[in-house]
Write a protein that binds this ligand. Structure first.
Ligand code: ADP
Ligand code: MG
Length: 658
């Protein structure tokens, strides 16, 4: 376990004779805020691993803070260095530097190649990538248009940005060319470069793979298959100032929110990590792309340095205090870095090793730069094909998953539709049976109400008899309506008129239905009539109420049915669009499969080319050794001839003169 190293760097002041009341003071590795008369302001004093004042150079920062991480990265440790601070505090100057004072990135790149060259017992494969996180989207800076890249995680590769271009490099100059390209892409379409640069995070990444060069002669046979793979991230973060200070609105405000969000999440992650191990709980790495990418560097398997840049001017004091507080939090994080050695095929070096070794062997003695370039190109092409294949495999997998999800969705929808259809059917059945029942009930009700009307208070049966009798008995007066016409009688007066003069002693009436009404033409008749009228009214009321209730029920079930039908239609529409989506995705899958096949073909062609190249090299070296043999034999022949000539000495002219 080791602590993250945290340093603070002040850039030179740009204040143009502005009156200042307070000043930062740097003493060794301490920073404190003082009043102009020298009085320290309480609570504003911080200590860090290093504090660099305005006179420090990038080389000093590199030597004291970054160099050890770079050397560790060459030896298989993951490493990360990032610059944090408000806009214009010197982050980019520290990371990139200038012509006269190269920054951490160029110094690190040179150092990596130099250290790799010095490590004679190992061979290296170095590749670089360069990305930008802008508005929570990851863009590839080495390939224009390669945008909105997703983050994936796999057992073999850990957390990685899928589809990011990785370029195999074998010199610092090549890396500088790529950085230039990345910078140009980064600012593409921007009118004000500084605005964008302070609104996005950039991650320059180098992946360093190495293995023992000659395990037999180095005596390290057990490690022959182990490949060290380390990832080095050099990060230039977006400005950490508050949105209010930038006076941002519109697009700038949106950017500011994303920046503030990701930096806030970075702060949260750091705060959580600085808590005591057991109380840490959940670390919100996944809440932002930045923290997700930097996950191994924060509290994980990496050596990490943070350089917090500070603008010394009085106007920036509040932002500077924020930066220093962030730095204090980061100081408490501990990481657990270890050499990453892998034995599987995950290492690119391992996958390419056989081919490279064979090529190297064949090219031994030949210093042709062109051939070296060709080999590098081949390697990059192979790697690119691999990345493409991986991307396609991932896309296929995603397509497959989404197709499965769609199919599942369709099944669910189908089930719902079936349920709804059966519900709608049963509901319409219920409705019609309800209608029928209603009709029946209504007529029953009418009959009932009629019955009720003719029932005695004791609800004794035989009302019709009574009515008939009553009708009969009132025949003399006026004709009584037949019972089945009663339902049509709405006129109470008519009813009264029709029934006037009927018997009033209901019990008696009940008991003596045959009694002639004439025998009861007494004062009780009027009471009986009133009572009958009341009963009749009550009955009608009850019947109307029930009818009303049924109507309401009917209305409600009609509405329910209509709603169900609407839902059914919606689901049918949804189903149709899902089916459409499915067929589209099937087409996509077909296209992707075709593309994959095309790529595989290309890969095979590349492989064939490589084979041909190897063949050519083989022929070339054969011819070379033949010529060498020929030359050697010619040389020995001519040497022998000279020897012979010398041996068979021809007499000199003086001898003849004598
Ligand atoms: P940032 O990336 O934090 O927004 P820059 O790195 O762009 O800030 O710095 C803002 C300005 O200050 C640039 O002109 C840069 O050259 C200058 N600057 C920053 N730090 C230093 C330093 N240590 N020495 C000299 N100039 C610096
Ligand atoms: Mg910058």
């Amino acid at each position: 376990m080791e602590k993250i190293s945290v340093a603070v760097r002040f850039r030179p002041s740009t204040a143009l004779d502005l009156p200042e009341d307070r000043k930062w003071r740097v003493e060794d590795n301490r920073i404190s805020l003082h009043l102009l008369d020298g009085t320290p302001i309480s609570g504003v004093s911080f200590a860090f691993d290093h504090v660099f004042d305005q006179s420090s150079t990038n080389a000093t920062v590199y030597d004291l803070l970054i160099k050890s991480i770079i050397h560790a990265a060459v030896n298989g440790f993951n490493g990360t260095a990032f610059a944090y601070g408000q806009t214009s505090s010197g982050k980019t100057f520290t990371m990139n530097g200038s012509e006269d004072d190269p920054g951490i990135i160029p110094l690190a790149v040179k150092d990596i190649f130099h250290t790799a060259q010095m490590t004679t017992d190992r061979e290296f494969l170095i590749r670089v990538s360069y990305m930008e996180i802008y508005n929570e989207e990851i863009n590839d800076l080495l390939t224009l248009g390669n945008q909105k890249l997703p983050i994936h995680e796999s057992l073999e590769r850990g957390i990685f940005v899928a589809g990011l271009r990785e370029e195999i490099v074998n010199s610092a100059e090549q890396v500088f060319e790529l950085i230039k390209l990345g910078e140009a892409n980064r600012h593409f379409g921007e009118t004000n470069m500084n605005v964008r640069s302070s609104r996005s995070h950039t991650i320059f990444r180098m992946v360093i793979e190495s293995s023992v060069k000659d395990p037999i002669s180095s005596g390290d046979v057990s490690n022959a298959d182990a490949i060290r793979v380390s990832v080095l991230n050099l990060v230039d973060l977006a400005g950490s100032e508050r949105i209010a200070k930038t006076g941002a609105g519109g697009v700038r405000l949106k950017e500011g929110k994303h920046i503030n969000k990701s930096l806030m999440i970075l702060g949260n992650v750091i705060n959580k990590l600085s808590e005591n191990g057991k109380q840490r709980g959940h670390i919100p790495y996944r809440d932002s792309k930045l923290t997700r990418i930097l996950q191994p560097s924060l509290g994980g398997n990496a050596k990490t340095s943070i350089i917090c840049t500070v603008a010394p001017e009085e106007v920036h004091i509040e932002e500077s205090r924020g930066t220093l507080q962030f730095a204090s939090g980061a100081k408490r994080i501990t990481n657990c870095a270890q050499v990453n050695e892998i034995l599987t095929d995950a290492a690119l070096l391992k996958r390419q090793k056989l081919e490279i070794e064979e090529l190297r062997r064949k090219l031994q003695g030949s210093h042709s730069e062109v051939l070296e370039q060709m080999i590098l190109k081949q390697r990059n092409d192979m790697h690119k094909s691999e990345l493409d294949r991986e991307r396609l495999a991932m896309e296929l997998e995603e397509e497959r998953k989404s197709r499965e999800a769609l199919e599942h969705c369709i099944k669910e929808q189908q089930k719902k539709i079936d349920n709804l259809t059966s519900l709608a059917n049963s509901s319409s059945q219920t409705r019609s049976s309800a209608k029928m029942a209603d009709l029946r009930n209504t007529s029953d009700e009418v009959i009932m109400s009629q019955e009720d009307v003719f029932k005695t208070p004791n609800f004794k049966e035989k009302p019709n008899d009574f009515v008939v009798k009553r009708s009969n008995c009132s025949r003399d007066l006026e004709s009584s309506p037949p019972p089945d016409n009663f339902a049509n009688i709405a006129d109470e007066d008519l009813w009264m008129r029709l029934n006037k003069g009927c018997t009033t002693d209901l019990d008696m009436l009940q008991m003596t239905p045959d009694m002639k009404c004439q025998s009861y033409l007494s004062s009780d008749i009027s009471v009986g009539l009133a009572l009958e009228e009341e009963i009749s009214n009550k009955g009608r009321c009850h019947s109307l109420e029930t009818e009303c209730g049924f109507n309401k029920q009917l209305e409600a079930s009609k509405e329910q049915c209509a709603a169900l039908e609407r839902e059914c239609n919606l689901l049918r529409g949804e189903n149709a669009s899902l089916m459409h989506g499915l067929s589209m995705s099937k087409q996509d899958v077909e296209l992707l499969t075709a593309e994959k096949e095309e790529l595989l073909k290309e890969l095979n062609i590349e492989r064939q080319k490589m084979k041909d190249l190897k063949e050519e090299i083989h022929v070339f070296s054969l011819a070379f050794s033949q010529r060498e043999g020929l030359l050697t034999s010619l040389y020995s022949k001519s040497k022998a001839m000279v020897e012979n000539l010398k041996a068979s000495q021809v007499p000199t002219p003086e001898l003849y003169d004598c």
